[in-house]
Ligand binder design. Structure first.
Ligand SMILES: Cc1cc2nc3c(=O)[nH]c(=O)nc-3n(C[C@H](O)[C@H](O)[C@H](O)COP(=O)(O)OP(=O)(O)OC[C@H]3O[C@@H](n4cnc5c(N)ncnc54)[C@H](O)[C@@H]3O)c2cc1C
Length: 301
């Protein structure tokens, strides 16, 4: 199918993009990599009257080092860059590891970090991974009537961003501009794994985990999040807390994985039942926590 007709604006900078979105006379959507939006247009699942192309907005494509060693990923950072950039692999290895599971190389070359997060798909890898990392989301819009200054910007925790399937806190006149991710610290280890029917398919279920060990091997900090484990990309607080204060022995990891599966809320669909997804979540959680613990020990040594 062909998409319904729309007006097309190739924004040259962020101001131009925000201005087009602020004009509410036409229903307007940002176009990033187009790897979700264009299929939605073609299937007539979305019919915006105007698209604002962000591909020419240079400032949205930058990856910058922050003073504390973390990275600020412009919204238009391609998934392929997460997979291949040595700086990203060194500072935030979980991003590089998970990126390789997303779709196929052609899609990763176009798809963007901001597009994946804004799309808010509970089956997507990046939102879950960014939750595990404790990322911050930066959002901007043009000032509305009565507000001072040309722009309004806000920043929030990734854990506050997702409200439901394909639904987030983003307002129609807002653009997600960047994501900030803290760098991994000594004693920290992370891992990602998923099960998909074929490599490149959306995962039936996936798990991202990050843990930090004290010098005596006790878990000081843990975060676990799920792909396709609920109606939004979700952090599994109870399962993570089950590990904090304990040594990540095989028994402790198995208990945390059981809590994770038990508190998850996966949906059933034509690809997998709820119970099968819970089973995958338990097995994958055990696997990624074991890997993350081994990597934590290595990075502390
Ligand atoms: C065959 C196929 C397989 C795929 N498999 C996977 C997979 O396994 N895992 C996975 O995670 N994804 C998968 N995808 C989706 C892909 O990763 C998309 O790239 C991603 O979901 C959206 O990123 P995008 O940059 O292409 O955004 P677009 O498609 O351009 O936009 C998606 C939505 O986000 C909005 N948007 C985009 N950028 C911004 C912004 N900066 N601010 C505000 N709103 C914005 C758009 O208006 C639109 O509503 C697959 C896609 C295809 C076609």
């Amino acid at each position: 199918m062909k998409p319904p007709p729309f007006e097309y604006v190739a924004a040259a900078d962020l101001d131009e993009a925000l201005e087009a979105l602020a004009d509410t006379s036409l229903e307007t959507r940002p176009l990033a990599g187009g790897q979700s939006l264009v299929p939605m247009l073609n299937f007539r699942l979305a019919a915006p009257e105007r698209l604002v192309d962000l591909n020419g907005v240079e400032e949205l494509g930058r990856v910058e080092e922050m003073k504390d060693g973390g990275l600020r990923l412009g919204a238009m950072t391609r998934v392929r860059q997460l997979e291949r950039d040595p700086l990203i692999a060194q500072r935030v290895p979980l991003l590089a590891e998970a990126a390789g599971f997303i779709a196929h190389p052609q899609i990763r070359s176009r798809g963007t970090v901001g597009g994946s997060v804004a799309h808010a798909d509970p089956a997507a890898e990046l939102p879950a991974v960014l939750l595990t990392l404790g990322a911050q989301v930066h959002i901007a819009r043009r000032s509305r009537a009565g507000e001072s200054g040309p722009r309004v910007a806000r920043q929030l925790d990734m854990s506050e961003f997702f409200l439901g399937p394909f639904f987030s806190v983003l307002e129609p006149d807002e653009i997600l501009t960047a994501i900030e991710v803290p760098a991994a610290v000594p004693g920290e280890g992370s891992a990602f794994d998923e099960v998909a029917r074929r490599r490149g398919d959306y995962a039936l279920a996936g798990v991202a985990a990050r843990i930090r060990l004290d010098s005596d091997g006790t878990c000081r900090e843990a975060a676990i999040s799920l792909v396709n484990g609920g109606s939004t990309p979700c952090l599994m607080e109870e399962a993570a807390q089950a590990l904090v204060g304990a040594k990540p022995t095989p028994d402790a990891i198995a208990s945390a994985a059981a809590v994770c599966a038990g508190t998850s809320e996966p949906a059933a669909d034509m690809h997998a039942s709820e119970n099968y997804r819970r089973h995958l979540i338990r097995v994958l959680t055990e696997r990624v926590l074991s890997r993350a613990a081994a990597r934590s020990r290595q990075s502390a040594a």
